[in-house]
Design a protein. Structure first.
Length: 251
């Protein structure tokens, strides 16, 4: 059980790194990001400090999110599909839109979800600052998680900007789908709508069993350009997995 809990909350940390991303109408946009995760030891298992680059491609009805070298998520609103790709195993999961996690989750995951209480809170502040060329405003996101007598608070300090020419309505559609991939966050969309803009800098922390996990993600550049052929398509030669389990995602 302890190892399972560690794995689940590692998956939650990963989930936050991809639920918020921008888009522009009528053109592909390329976002380059860098993420630093501090070293942490929880339940006797250690994850070393890690630095990795991320990339996002977006068009009107298509999005591709590369998390490091091992994982890609593709959202195809035109096909009503989401593809979660594992490059280490050369496999992918296919999820139909709209997402119905009740049909997708294994019995064990459903049982654990019934034991969890999750509450989100988004607070807009009056703090502003300039990051690179973008005027940013600070938001605080607090998420209370309790399960089996344990409290595991999460907090994000987000500096967001409206200076990137983002189609916020389309952006909202994409991050709503990302939230839907995580059982704990599927009902968070309304609360996250309070965040007006694109997260240029995110500082994340989560406390579990007295141990704090931290990461920082920052946008390096944003540019418009044509996406390479096949960017929004499944890679050739990959095998489809039978089911999608959001708590067994590889990093």
């Amino acid at each position: 059980m302890r190892k399972k809990l560690f794995f689940w909350f590692t998956a939650l940390v990963f989930a936050f790194s991809i639920i918020l991303c921008p888009t522009q109408a009528k053109a592909d946009i390329y976002i380059k990001k860098i993420k630093h995760t501090d070293a942490v030891t929880i339940m006797g298992q250690t994850q070393p400090a890690k630095d990795e680059e991320g990339a996002t491609w977006m068009a009107k009805e298509k999005m591709r999110e590369d998390e490091g070298e091992n994982k890609t998520t593709i959202i195809r609103l035109d096909l009503n599909k989401i593809y979660v790709i594992d490059h280490t195993q050369k496999t992918y999961s296919e999820i139909d839109l709209p997402i119905d996690l009740e049909k997708m989750l294994p019995a064990e995951a459903k049982q654990m979800m019934q034991m969890m209480q999750v509450t989100p809170k988004v607070t807009e502040t009056n703090e502003t600052k300039k990051i690179k060329d973008w005027n940013c405003k600070k938001y605080i996101v607090e998420i209370s998680i309790s399960m089996m007598g344990m409290n595991m608070p999460m907090k994000m300090e987000m500096w967001v900007s409206k200076d990137l020419g983002i189609d916020l309505k389309l952006y909202e559609k994409f991050y709503t789908e990302f939230l839907g991939l995580q059982p704990m966050f599927k009902d968070f969309a309304e609360e996250f709508k309070k965040i007006e803009g694109y997260p240029v800098l995110t500082l994340f922390s989560m406390t579990m069993m007295g141990t704090e996990t931290k990461y920082q993600e920052e946008v390096i550049s944003v540019e418009k350009k044509d996406a390479p052929a096949g960017t929004y398509d499944l890679p050739q030669g990959y095998s489809k997995t039978k089911t999608f389990n959001p708590f067994q995602q590889r990093r």
